[in-house]
Write a protein that binds this ligand. Structure first.
Ligand code: ATP
Ligand code: MG
Length: 255
């Protein structure tokens, strides 16, 4: 069982979409948790099988309330809702103001995710120093940045990797590049740059820029995600992400 935290350094490079794409094609049992402190987007981007919106009252806030009470319904599975694509989702909160009540719950989320029977992909949104999601990143099996390969995207990624280097173990930090599926260079160039700066993050591959695939993923149509460029890139990525998440376990066993 692995916990994979998806983050961005700045901008909106596609963390939520990538998390949704990965969860939709994940080869093992998986849950998708939206804990973006800036406010959750998955609630707007997914539907139930019947085409209805997911229930905003069943999700992170309810899990937080149960965790704060310290007893009862603290298992992640009790707070998941299945989307039309068959992905069990922990709905985030519609606005950041509502998150202030979570307080100490942030520190307990890693244990909640780790106890889940299945992998957990966590949409942590943009990560800044002092962010509430840092406890989740510190305990995740893999922390994966999504980045656009433009000058700003790469500069912000470098800065954020450097500023978080004391808190993230180099061997479990990955980078996904959002670009066109034809772009075979950006990933290699970025890896070179990260290596040259000793940042210790691994470029895992590309999430394809694919408007149609993104629309399918956000609609109620079932089964067509894997045929889209976005879905196919997510299948390839899921193997790389799982390798990265497994890497720590192997190191821990041999240590
Ligand atoms: N692979 C993709 N192909 C085409 N469009 C995409 C892709 N990924 C994301 N998008 C689009 O880009 C926009 C931003 O994506 P998304 O919300 O996933 O980014 P984010 O990094 O989670 O942003 P935020 O930090 O605001 O939560 C959305 O309109 C989404 O539909
Ligand atoms: Mg997002």
């Amino acid at each position: 069982m692995s916990v994979i935290a998806l983050v961005s350094a700045k901008g909106s490079p596609g963390v939520t979409m990538t998390a949704l794409a990965l969860a939709s094609v994940w080869p093992e049992r998986v849950a998708l948790a939206d804990i973006d402190p800036a406010g959750g987007d998955l609630i707007w981007r997914t539907r139930t099988e019947g085409g209805d919106p997911l229930d905003p009252d069943r999700g992170l806030l309810a899990l937080g309330a149960a965790t704060r009470r310290g007893a009862g319904e603290t298992a992640l599975v009790l707070h998941l809702q299945e989307t039309s694509q068959g992905v069990p989702v922990l709905v985030g909160v519609p606005s950041p103001e509502l998150l202030s009540g979570l307080g100490a719950v942030w520190g307990q989320l890693p244990a909640v995710f780790a106890a889940h029977h299945g992998d957990v992909i966590v949409d942590c949104g943009r990560v800044v120093p002092g962010s509430s999601v840092l406890p989740v990143l510190a305990k995740a099996d893999a922390v994966v940045f999504v980045v656009r390969p433009d000058v700003e995207g790469i500069a912000q990624l470098r800065e954020r990797l450097a500023s978080l280097s004391g808190q993230l173990e180099a061997g479990r930090v990955g980078v996904i590049v959002r670009t066109t599926y034809r772009d075979t260079r950006s990933g290699a160039d970025l890896q070179q740059l990260l290596d040259a700066h000793g940042l210790g993050a691994v470029v895992l591959g590309v999430v394809a820029e694919d408007e149609k695939g993104a629309a399918v993923l956000s609609s109620t149509r079932i089964g067509s995600v894997r045929r889209s460029l976005l879905g196919r890139s997510a299948v390839t990525l899921s193997a790389a992400v799982r390798d990265l998440a497994g890497f720590t376990a192997a190191v821990e066993v041999s240590a």
